[in-house]
Write a protein that binds this ligand. Sequence first.
Ligand SMILES: N[C@@H](CCC(=O)N[C@@H](CS)C(=O)NCC(=O)O)C(=O)O
Length: 116
Amino acid sequence: MSDEVVLLDTWGSMFGMRVKIALAEKDVKYEYMLEDLRNKSPLLLQMNPIHQKIPVLIHNAKPICESAIILQYIDEVWNHKPPIMPSRSDPYERAQARFWVDFIDKRVPYLMYNFS
Ligand SMILES: N[C@@H](CCC(=O)N[C@@H](CS)C(=O)NCC(=O)O)C(=O)O
């Protein structure tokens, strides 16, 4: 079965950028749909009814929400390509990677809304 992959994103989103980098690393072809966050599409509201935020990855009609979770999903599904996360045999390296994922999660919103 061929994969149908759609990414709902908006212009300039660091969270969307994370997902685009992961898809590029894995050489995944996808349809890119830009959302206007002041006028969210019915598709976004249907695919991410809880948070109503981008990015959303839609893989074979099934939505995956939250950029850090999307990265894990991409790593697990397209596992024939080099992994994004360090090897399971190196728990310390994995902890370091998770630290930086968490750092971006917590600090990017702060940096985006507190420039002044
Ligand atoms: N924790 C989310 C954050 C995503 C997020 O904040 N997306 C913003 C754009 S950068 C959004 O969709 N905002 C719309 C809204 O808050 O209504 C993730 O990592 O995916």
